[in-house]
Design a protein around this ligand. Structure first.
Ligand code: UGA
Length: 438
């Protein structure tokens, strides 16, 4: 979020200094690269660095002393009890406070529990302004989402500062066609027709909008997975069901894709963070507890479905898991369902090989040590009895299934991210099972 924001402001007429405490990330950005895989981001960073509108540093003073706007884009990971760890939020604000110039605007983009902003505000000099500006971009489509935004939300007490922050996003909007070309995104037509909303709120509303949006999306996914379990035992097809249910504009089709459940650095911790922050106000978010429970049930549900085909014991059975990132299009493997599934298979005695086109490095520390990491899907599938697809990377959708079958000893594919078309798989002589596909 921070890197994308920095690069896109730099490409819309502003001088941006990207600040991080990790010298390695700073070095990579100054070389004109993103410190992780994200479509189009390298190209925008190179452009910013070459034109000298973007530079990165570890030096707070250098980054902040002349800045009119400071965007805080730090992590808010979950603690063991599920609540949000706000140490980075407060540390960043305390250190920045030493260098903020009078009249500067401190903008919080990090996801924080409602009420956090007032506490951060107390750490900042009185002649500066605090604004909440939650972020809605998704990993893997970060630039696309920023250019084709549904809404930009800015909340705070000082309306002039709010309008100034909105102005920065209007600069991105004005430059969106040029930026899309730098990022090599083919979205000129979409941009021509695009209208996003600029929404002004109070500070607390802006904070609550962000976590509410993520929690509602997580709820939709768990709802779809609950119905998928019923579809599995009754002969219904979850995609047919959700296509028709989602055709009702009151419901909407987005985020009703059943599969192995949600992962990543946002939904799991934002849902648990909202449950915890509501509990502090003595409000029981039962509905979100249920969503979490359904989500946590998905990996073992899937393993049981696999066992129903391969037999109760997976001891010494050779299995391949394709996809370790928490979703396609990113190298991020935080709270990744693919990793949980590979580890569960391994713990059940299976001989597990895994492959991912971009996430091997980020996933490797989370994988059980006996799991074999492979360089290609075909090498992971070699002599496998079954393949479990955990992440719908395009290369898995486009695989030569007949060739895949030749390299396997078995014929079973469990499609945990509902990426493949059953008929195509069946035509190649493989046995298909997906989530909610009976
Ligand atoms: C999410 C939100 O979608 C963004 O709007 C928000 O800005 C971001 O969190 C954040 O808080 O920073 P992200 O976590 O990058 O974005 O990814 P999503 O595309 O939302 O997917 C999250 C998880 O849900 C993935 O594991 C994905 O595979 C899963 N998912 C998504 C489903 O299982 N079914 C669906 O229908 C959609």
């Amino acid at each position: 979020m921070g890197t994308t924001t920095a690069a896109l402001f730099a490409l819309s007429g502003h001088n941006v200094t990207a600040l991080d405490i990790d010298p390695n990330k700073v070095k990579i950005i100054n070389k004109g690269q993103a410190p992780f895989f994200e479509a189009g981001l390298n190209e925008t960073i190179i452009k910013g660095i070459d034109s000298k509108s973007l530079t990165a540093t570890t030096d707070y003073k250098l980054a902040i002393q002349d800045a009119d706007f400071i965007f805080s884009c730090v992590g808010t990971p979950d603690k063991l009890d599920g609540s949000s760890d706000l140490d980075f939020i407060f540390e960043a604000a305390k250190t920045a406070a030493k260098y903020l110039k009078p009249g500067s605007i401190y903008v919080q983009k990090s996801t924080v529990p409602v009420g956090t902003g007032r506490k951060v505000q107390e750490l900042l000099p009185r002649n500066t302004t605090y604004i909440s500006n939650p972020e809605f971009l998704r990993e893997s489509t970060a630039i696309y989402d920023t250019l084709l935004f549904d809404r930009v939300v800015v909340g705070g007490d000082n309306i002039d500062a709010v309008k100034k922050v909105l102005g920065l996003y209007k600069d991105i909007e004005e430059n969106s066609k040029a930026i899309s070309q730098v990022a090599q995104l083919d979205i000129l037509d979409e941009l021509s027709e695009h209208t996003g909303q600029y929404i002004i709120t109070n500070l607390e509303s802006a904070e609550l909008i962000k976590v509410t949006a993520n929690a509602f999306l997580a709820l939709k996914i768990s709802f779809a997975n609950s119905i998928a379990k019923l579809a599995d035992v009754t002969g219904a097809d979850i995609n047919e069901v959700m296509n028709a249910v989602g055709a009702d504009p009151r419901i909407g089709r987005a985020f009703l894709n059943a599969g192995r459940g949600y992962g990543g650095g946002c939904f799991p911790k934002d849902v648990s963070g909202l449950i915890a922050s509501a509990a502090e106000h003595k409000i029981d978010m039962q509905i979100l507890k249920a969503a979490t429970e359904v989500n946590n049930s998905m990996p073992s549900y899937i393993i049981n479905r696999v066992k129903a085909v391969l037999g109760e014991s997976l001891q010494d059975k050779k299995m391949a898991v394709f996809g370790l990132s928490f979703k396609a299009g990113t190298s991020d493997a935080r709270k990744s369902p693919g990793i949980s599934l590979a580890n569960l298979l391994y713990k059940a005695g299976a001989v597990v090989s895994v492959y991912d086109p971009h996430a091997i490095e980020e996933a490797s520390t989370e994988l059980q040590s006996g799991i074999r990491i492979c360089e290609s899907a075909f090498s992971a599938a070699h002599q496998a009895e079954a393949i479990l697809i955990a992440t719908a990377w395009p290369e898995f959708k486009d695989m030569n299934l007949a060739k895949l079958k030749e390299t396997m000893v078995g014929t079973f594919i469990y499609d945990a991210d509902n990426a493949l078309v059953r008929k195509t798989v069946a035509n190649s002589g493989l046995t298909y099972m997906g989530v909610g596909k009976s």
